[in-house]
Write a protein that binds this ligand. Structure first.
Ligand SMILES: [Zn+2]
Length: 363
């Protein structure tokens, strides 16, 4: 099984705890595990389940503490994504009792978990449910690891997929973001759709919004131009840098964003110089730098982009687990197309004032 970022492990471990609390059938398994081990049988317990069994999950104070951590560093997360626990077979006295996740509904509300809204536990479809390049009729393609390109653990196959339907697409994931904000922009008529998404990304975006607001820059209307991108869409999209196949968007921890407080569909004049241009993206970069200094485990990439459409300039933000900075722009696009695999981007990246490096893992 691919190993992700330590935080991803933590979140999933916590997720399993809470999901077990919320699901009667799994709560039953906790009760079984809490009993003294049967003496006539060796009880083999999945480590996650063992950890779960040690927690006083029936205590609502403990549950609140766990859920409090799930609300993220921003305290504004309203959803946690849990992978369906693997079926557990417990030999108990005679025969096996088999617990499965079939009884887990895709979305469960956790009452009282957040002061700012309904908190949802979303049970993902396991990555193992993907058949060839498809999940339940939705075309996703193949992740780099499936194709034998695993550059590091952070680029492993995702754990699972969130099912998005016309009915649940407005579900709030945090104070400012909803499920539909992160959908791949394709297959319009196909439902349900599936997305890969990681909570630390949403947490980081919320922290950036808060940071800007604290400095008097209205940022609550942060718009996601592009959130999750299926590998097949990412491939079709192409990438001037020639690096599309490693895009963090495929791993659910990247978003291209701009801020549109005045509602004109375009990036705002964030630096107050009377113009909307590339310089405004540096205001977002500065916020990310502050957030990453304060929360090093949310470190990741920032890419600044010149205007390439009606939305104007925008910033890419991700939580890949290591620092990356780059600059891309319309002025460079033509030369990229001519020299697709060249490293000419580096000159732009190096010119970046914030110690930017031209990471090969852009976008
Ligand atoms: Zn991006």
């Amino acid at each position: 099984m691919p190993v992700g970022l330590p935080q991803r492990h933590l979140m999933n471990a916590l997720g399993r705890v809470v999901s077990a609390c919320a699901a009667p059938i799994l709560a039953a398994s906790v009760a079984v595990l809490s009993l003294p081990a049967p003496s006539i049988a060796q009880v083999k317990v999945n480590p996650d389940v063992a950890a779960l069994a040690r927690l006083p999950v029936v205590d609502s104070t403990s549950l609140r503490a766990v859920v409090g951590r799930l609300a993220g560093k921003s305290g504004k997360l309203l959803a946690a994504f849990v992978t369906p626990p693997r079926p557990i077979a417990l030999p108990v006295f005679s025969g096996n009792i088999r617990y499965t996740t079939r009884a887990l509904p895709p979305i469960q509300e956790v009452n009282g978990a957040s002061r700012i809204g309904h908190f949802s536990l979303i049970t993902m479809r396991s990555f193992a449910e993907k058949i060839a390049g498809w999940v339940n009729g939705y075309h996703v393609g193949y992740w780099p690891e499936e194709k034998g390109h695993l550059r590091s653990d952070a680029y492993g196959n995702p754990e699972g997929f969130i099912e998005v339907t016309p009915q649940n697409q407005d579900l709030r994931l945090s104070q400012h973001f909803r499920l539909r904000d992160f959908l791949t922009h394709d297959q319009e008529d196909v439902w349900p759709k599936y997305i890969v998404l990681r909570e630390p990304l949403i947490d980081k975006l919320e922290l950036v919004i808060q940071d800007l607001e604290d400095r008097g820059i209205p940022a609550a209307q942060m718009r996601v131009l592009s959130g999750f991108r299926t590998p097949q869409y990412n491939l079709a999209l192409g990438d001037a840098s020639g690096r599309a196949r490693e895009s963090r968007h495929q791993f659910g921890d990247a978003a291209d964003v701009y801020i549109d407080a005045n509602g004109d569909g375009r990036m705002d004049d964030l630096n107050g110089d009377g113009r909307v241009n590339f310089s405004d993206t540096r205001v977002i970069l500065a916020a990310v730098e502050r957030i990453e200094r304060r929360y090093p485990d949310l470190v990741g990439g920032v890419g600044l982009y010149h205007s390439s459409g009606p939305h104007g300039p925008f910033a890419h933000i991700d939580v890949r687990g290591s620092r990356a900075r780059w600059v891309r722009g319309a002025r460079l696009a033509r030369s990229h197309r001519r020299k697709k695999s060249s490293t000419t981007i580096a000159s732009s990246g190096r010119s970046h004032s914030s110690g930017a490096s031209s990471s090969g893992s852009a976008r």
